[in-house]
Each structure stands twice: as structure tokens, then as C-alpha cells.
Design a binder for this molecule. Structure first.
Ligand code: NDP
Ligand code: 2IT
Length: 447
């Protein structure tokens, strides 16, 4: 059988076996396309059901999360934890609280996480979880009650050596605090390493808050420098205004770029003079406000609640909000207006069509599993600090993050070259991430 038909066979099986999970199909399809290059060179990666095992989660947990809101009404949400692959280490990956969360979305995120975590070079497996809970407009008490109920079920399935959740959309420091408190209460143990993204006074790591955004910019810096370019003087568009977006914008501006636009799910701000990061943090992190609140407090910006942030002419685009936020049309507009670099701070924010446009138009493109790996990498550094009951300085931890991102870039670039696809960081990331997990799975037998 040709490699093409082997891969098609795997993909058809995925479609049949996992109906109604388009995001999962999309994530698997992209990886399978890259694996064609691997199977052509090394047929043994098709042995022992390796690929079939890799696309099937080791365990999927779905549970009821009942809680009482501030008006005394019982609410019922659905909780998920997909423990995808623990070959390289304990399951590791974030929790997402957003009304759109469903099994297919958690599976796509868990699948991506396997390869991302492998690329970090650190001993962590892949997982993801969350709930279809919408924290927007909920009081602190409601968020706490929800987190406590969520952890009441989740605690049986996680642990320092088993599965180590962290944050993602809708889950930040506040939620990790409530989740950790409930875990500690239920287990009667102070197991710091069970969650990452903890507060700095109780086991958290410096740089974890900044890590995903900073890491994405460090990766982009490497990609620019491979093309003899720099952030200094560049116009950068960052979608989203959450944890990843804020710190990507901060680091890009520290490096001399001007962040000319940011967004949330209601609209976007066009700020030709750049973003005032301290004000943005105050609005988003302290006041839990909106981009419209930010826009109301600064001069010379425009706020729009229709149209697309990708319509703005820019040099570098960093999509940092959510999956499939940048489609083929947006990619064409970006290309037509001279954008040369795109790096995914979010998970799979660019559709397959968009990535095709980037390739055809010669735009340098960094896939999320490489570019946003700084968050989970720093989570693994938090686990190291917890295991040794130590805490490192900001400077040292940031240096570690920088070197991890630089290694990931080199790995993607050299792997792409090795497979005759120079500059194709998608292929480089997928193949390098895959091979490490695959070699370990082959060594550990059919399980
Ligand atoms: P946050 O919840 O802090 O922020 C999410 C941001 O994206 C908000 O501005 C939000 O706007 C916007 N957003 C969310 N959903 C949508 C949507 N459907 N349409 C438009 N905008 C939307 O999440 P993070 O910053 O942590 O996560 C952002 C992305 O980065 C996600 O893809 C996540 O998986 C990924 N990621 C996160 C990591 C981390 O360490 N936190 C690590 C690696 C990847 P609004 O407030 O209006 O909802
Ligand atoms: O998508 C991701 O890599 C994350 N949300 C971070 C996961 C983690 O365990 O730090």
C-alpha cells in the first residue's frame, strides 16, 4: 500500500470512530499529513499499531459538575479530562472553562499537547480538560463553588505522578487557587506538584504567568532572525487580550515592536501608537474588564465591534485568542497587505486554509505546538521546583524558557530540512514531536 493510502486509511477510521468532532479531525489531519514524510523514510513507524494507538486517548473522563449559583438555582455543567498519552511523563495540559467546550475540542487540545510537550524536551505526557462553564459575569463565590465541585470529581484522576492540570481559556490564577484548595482538602495532603500556575506564595513559579506569551515572542524572534529580521520597528497585531495575548504584547513591545491592535470576543482596538500594557493589565487582570473599557480610557485609538482584526495592515500577526479565529480569507488579507510572519500563540488559531495561504504566499509560519510551548514548558519547570522544594529567580527561569524556545525552534528548523521541507515549521514540529513519543512508545511495548 502506498504511504498516501495508508494515511488516508487512518484518517477515514478517525472520521468514522469520532463523529461530530471537527476540531479533533482537523488537528489529526494536519499531523497525519506531516507523517507521510516520516513513513516514506522510516516504514517502521507504521508498526505495532503505533499511529492508531497515538490517535486514541489512553483515558477519557466525562463528569457532571453540579453547583448552586448566587440566586440559589442549581446549575449543571459537564466536566472533561482527556488523558491522551503518558509515554513521556505524567499527563500534562490545561483546563479550559468556556461555554464552547465539548469532547471534540478537549480531544483536539489533548492531541496537540502530546507533540507540544514532547518538543519541550521535558518529561511530560499530553492531556487536556475543562468544562462548558462560562465564568463571564459570575461572582467570585460562584467561580469558587464551581471549581470546588469540578475538583470533587477530578481529584480522583490527578496527582503529581499521574496527571498535572494547569490553566487555559477561562482558567487563571484565581481558578487554580480554588482548585488547589479543594484538592488539598479532599486528599489531606500538600501535594504542590499536582497543579501548575499556582500563586507565587504557595508553590507557583515566577515566569509561569508570562511564559506562553513571552515564549511565543521568543520563538518568533528566532524565526525573524533566521530571515535576518528583528522585532525592532515592526508592527505587530495580537488577537485576544487574555493571559497569552497580554504577555506576548508586552514582550514584543519590550523588543521594540509596536503592538497596533488587540481584541476580545466583542471587538478590537486599533492603536497605531502601541498598547499601554500597564493599563491593559489593570483593565483585564484586576478589573476583569473588556477591550472597550481599555479603548475608552486612551486617546488615539479606535474600537470596533464588527469586522476583523486581521483587516489591519501589519508586519507580524500573533493570533492568541482561540481555535480557527484566522481563516483563509483573513490570511489572504494579511498577505495582500504585506504581513510576513505569523506565529500561533493560541492552539490552532489558523484554519488549514489559512496555513495553505501562508505557505503559498511565502509567509513564515510558526505552529502553536511549537510557538506556544513556553507555557507548558514553564509548568514543567514549576514541577521541578516543587519536586525539589525550591524556587528559582525570575531571571534564571526566564533564561531557561528562552533556551527551551530556542531549542524548539532549532529542532523544528533542522527536522524540516532533514525531511526536505526547509522553512516548513509545521512539518518540523509535527515530525520532531512525533518521533520522540513514537520511539518511547515502541520501546515501552503495546500498551
Ligand atoms: P484567556 O482566557 O486568558 O484569554 C482568552 C482570550 O481570547 C480573551 O481575550 C477572550 O476574549 C479571547 N477569546 C476566547 N474565546 C474566543 C472566541 N471564541 N472568539 C474570540 N475571542 C475569544 O486564555 P489564554 O490567554 O490562556 O488562552 C488563549 C489561547 O492560548 C487558547 O487557545 C489557549 O488554548 C492557548 N494557550 C494558553 C496557554 C496558557 O498557558 N494559558 C498555553 C498555550 C496555549 P473574551 O474575554 O471576550 O472571551
Ligand atoms: O495549551 C497549553 O499548553 C496550556 N494551556 C498550558 C498547559 C500547562 O500544563 O501548562
Amino acid at each position: 500500500m502506498s504511504v498516501d493510502s495508508t494515511i488516508k486509511g487512518y484518517y477515514d477510521k478517525i472520521l468514522n470512530r469520532n463523529p461530530g468532532e471537527p476540531e479533533f479531525h482537523q488537528a489529526v489531519h494536519e499531523v497525519l499529513q506531516s507523517l507521510k514524510f516520516v513513513l516514506t523514510k522510516d516504514a517502521h513507524y507504521d508498526d505495532f499499531g503505533l499511529i492508531e494507538r497515538m490517535v486514541e486517548p489512553e483515558r477519557q473522563i466525562i463528569f457532571r459538575v453540579p453547583w448552586v449559583d448566587d440566586t440559589g438555582v442549581v446549575q449543571v455543567n459537564r466536566g472533561f479530562r482527556v488523558q491522551f498519552n503518558s509515554t513521556l511523563g505524567p499527563y500534562k495540559g490545561g483546563l479550559r472553562f468556556h461555554p464552547s467546550v465539548n469532547l471534540g475540542i478537549v480531544k483536539f487540545l489533548g492531541f496537540e499537547q502530546i507533540f507540544k510537550n514532547s518538543l519541550t524536551g521535558l518529561p511530560i505526557g499530553g492531556a487536556k480538560g475543562g468544562a462548558d462553564f462560562d465564568p463571564k459575569g459570575r461572582s467570585d463565590r460562584e467561580v469558587m463553588t464551581f471549581c470546588q465541585s469540578f475538583m470533587t470529581e477530578l481529584h480522583r484522576h490527578i496527582g503529581e505522578y499521574r496527571d498535572v492540570p494547569a490553566g487555559d481559556i477561562g482558567v487563571g490564577g484565581r481558578e487554580i487557587g480554588y482548585l488547589f484548595g479543594q484538592y488539598r482538602r479532599l486528599t489531606n495532603e500538600y501535594e504542590s506538584g499536582v497543579l501548575t500556575g499556582k500563586g507565587l506564595k504557595w508553590g507557583g513559579s515566577l515566569v509561569r504567568t508570562e511564559a506562553t506569551g513571552y515564549g511565543a515572542v521568543y520563538f518568533t524572534q528566532e524565526m525573524l532572525s533566521a530571515d535576518k529580521q528583528r522585532f525592532d520597528g515592526a508592527r505587530v497585531t495580537v488577537s485576544g487580550s487574555g493571559n497569552v495575548a497580554i504577555y506576548a504584547a508586552q514582550k514584543a513591545q519590550e523588543l521594540g515592536a509596536t503592538v497596533i491592535a488587540m481584541s476580545d470576543s466583542s471587538g478590537y482596538v486599533h492603536a497605531p501608537d502601541g498598547i499601554n500594557i500597564e493599563l491593559l493589565k489593570d483593565v483585564k487582570e484586576r478589573r476583569r474588564g473588556r477591550m472597550s473599557d481599555y479603548a475608552a480610557e486612551v486617546d488615539r485609538v479606535t474600537y470596533r465591534d464588527s469586522g476583523s482584526i486581521w483587516d489591519i495592515e501589519t508586519d507580524v500577526a500573533l493570533p492568541c485568542a482561540t481555535q480557527n479565529e484566522l481563516d483563509g480569507e483573513a490570511a489572504k488579507t494579511l498577505a495582500d497587505q504585506g504581513c510576513r510572519y505569523v506565529a500561533e500563540g493560541a492552539n490552532m488559531p489558523c484554519t488549514a486554509d489559512a496555513v495553505d495561504v501562508f505557505r503559498r504566499r511565502g509567509i513564515h509560519f510558526a505552529p502553536g505546538k511549537a510557538a506556544n510551548a513556553g507555557g507548558v514548558a514553564t509548568s514543567a519547570l514549576e514541577m521541578q521546583q516543587n519536586a525539589s522544594r525550591d524556587s528559582w529567580s525570575f531571571g534564571y527561569t526566564d533564561k531557561r524558557l528562552r533556551s527551551i524556545m530556542s531549542n524548539i525552534f532549532q529542532t523544528c528548523a533542522t527536522t524540516a530540512e532533514e525531511y526536505d521541507q526547509p522553512g516548513n515549521y509545521v512539518v518540523g514540529a509535527n515530525i520532531a514531536g512525533f518521533k520522540k513519543v513514537a520511539d518511547a512508545m515502541l520501546a515501552q511495548g503495546v500498551i
